[in-house]
Design a protein around this ligand. Structure first.
Ligand code: ST9
Ligand code: ZN
Ligand code: ZN
Length: 333
């Protein structure tokens, strides 16, 4: 079935239609409270990733194919799977309800989502809905107005601004929590995430004789690279790039981020039309997540893919675009 563009009011409409809250209390921010435990964990992870980088030349080629996304390799296993768990799963399915998925696909997405270790689907979707509704205000968990570092990683190293929690509690998430797959994933999250993110990626390479130390640190490297690719959507894609659809918002079309984040860098389009399952109007161009969802639709596992009609896009481009629409569409060809 072809993607629909006649969608009725989507579940997340309440989340996406509003402009930033006028009640957000700018200027009254409490002092930033650093969470030292997170600073230590993130520092150790990044140091482990650098160590993993040094181990790359001595690693078995199969280990590289298993763990990393090698552009020249047909095997894109751990990086791509974990990324799809976030992009096709937590983001486009659960947070935005931009398409529907049958039970086997939802189970698969919940399992590979554990591999990304980015908080469980419920917490991830809640923060993301708050991000869209209150973008670039104190209630935005990774408010890019607080600078690149805060939007990228800093927000995970400090206590949340009280507005994030108060506004977040007003967001309807019953649709997410009513999904039994989300409930089970939330219950089992800690052990499942450690198993999927570190234990399995470390043990599998021993099948071809890889040392556990090398496999472990290359897994850490994979995790840290995927985290940074994700965070770039919040930092770089909220700062740099053109705005063919809406010049009045900060999210921008960012090609390098789209490459690293499986098609999630088309952020000006995404914030303008958050209910579009493809997060861009460029089809499969630099958007492996859309390719995956379309493939799942072919198998009958995904359906009701919501798509914005070209007429609506054109109207929006001429009303609020920055004038780069034609040029930016051509530059991707
Ligand atoms: C990670 C997530 O990296 C990355 C998400 C990025 C999103 C990107 C989106 C872009 C689009 C998609 C792109 C995908 C690209 C993928 C490409 C892949 C290659 N509303 O949290 P607490 C409540 S995670 C309502 O402790 P603190 C909460 O329920 C990395 N309520 O706040 C709780 O209530 P109760 C690994 C909320 O103390 C209470 O508040 N994970 C909300 O301020 C306290 O909650 C980590 O590093 C809300 N929004 O601590 C973990 N939020 O008491 C990091 C919270 O009743 N997290 N509440 O239960 C933490 O350690 C802490 O959350 C903290 C804040 C220190 C950051
Ligand atoms: Zn954003
Ligand atoms: Zn989104």
């Amino acid at each position: 079935m072809a993607p629909r563009n006649d969608f009725g009011p989507p579940v997340h409409m309440e989340v996406t239609k509003d402009l930033p809250s006028p009640t957000a209390q700018d200027g009254k921010a409490p002092p930033t409270q650093i969470v030292w435990r997170n600073v230590v964990i993130m520092s150790l992870l990044h140091m482990g990733a650098i160590f993993g980088l040094f181990l790359l030349p001595s690693a078995h080629p199969y280990t590289l194919m298993w763990v990393m996304k090698c552009l020249c390799s047909p095997a894109v296993i751990c990086y791509s799977l974990s990324a799809l768990g976030v992009t096709a799963g937590a983001h486009r399915l659960w947070a935005h309800r931009s398409y529907k998925a049958r039970l086997p696909l939802r189970i698969f997405l919940a399992i590979i989502n554990c591999m990304s270790l980015q908080n469980d689907i419920y917490d991830w979707s809640r923060d993301h809905r708050v991000h869209h509704k209150y973008s670039e205000t104190p209630a935005d968990p990774h408010n890019a107005k607080r600078g690149f570092f805060f939007a990228h990683i800093g927000w995970l190293l400090v206590r949340k601004h009280p507005d994030v929690i108060t506004k977040g509690k007003q967001i309807d998430l019953t649709d997410v929590l009513n999904d039994p797959v989300v409930k089970v994933q939330r219950k089992l999250y800690a052990p499942a995430a450690v198993l999927m993110c570190f234990i399995i990626p470390t043990l599998v390479p021993s099948l071809w004789g890889e040392s556990l130390v090398t496999a472990f640190f290359i897994s850490v490297l994979r995790y840290v690279l995927a985290l940074n690719a994700t965070w770039l959507v919040n930092s770089a894609a909220h700062m740099w790039g053109n705005k063919p659809y809406d010049k009045f918002i900060n999210p921008s079309q960012n090609f390098p981020v789209a490459v690293l984040a499986m098609g999630e860098g088309w952020h000006n389009y995404h914030h303008t039309f958050p209910y579009d399952y493809a997060t861009s109007e460029l089809g499969w161009k630099v958007n492996p997540t859309t390719v995956f969802i379309d493939f799942m639709a072919r198998l009958g596992l995904a359906y009701d893919r919501k798509k914005v009609s070209p007429n609506v896009i054109r109207a929006r481009v001429s009303r609020t675009g920055d004038g780069t629409w034609e040029k930016s569409a051509q530059s991707i060809d």
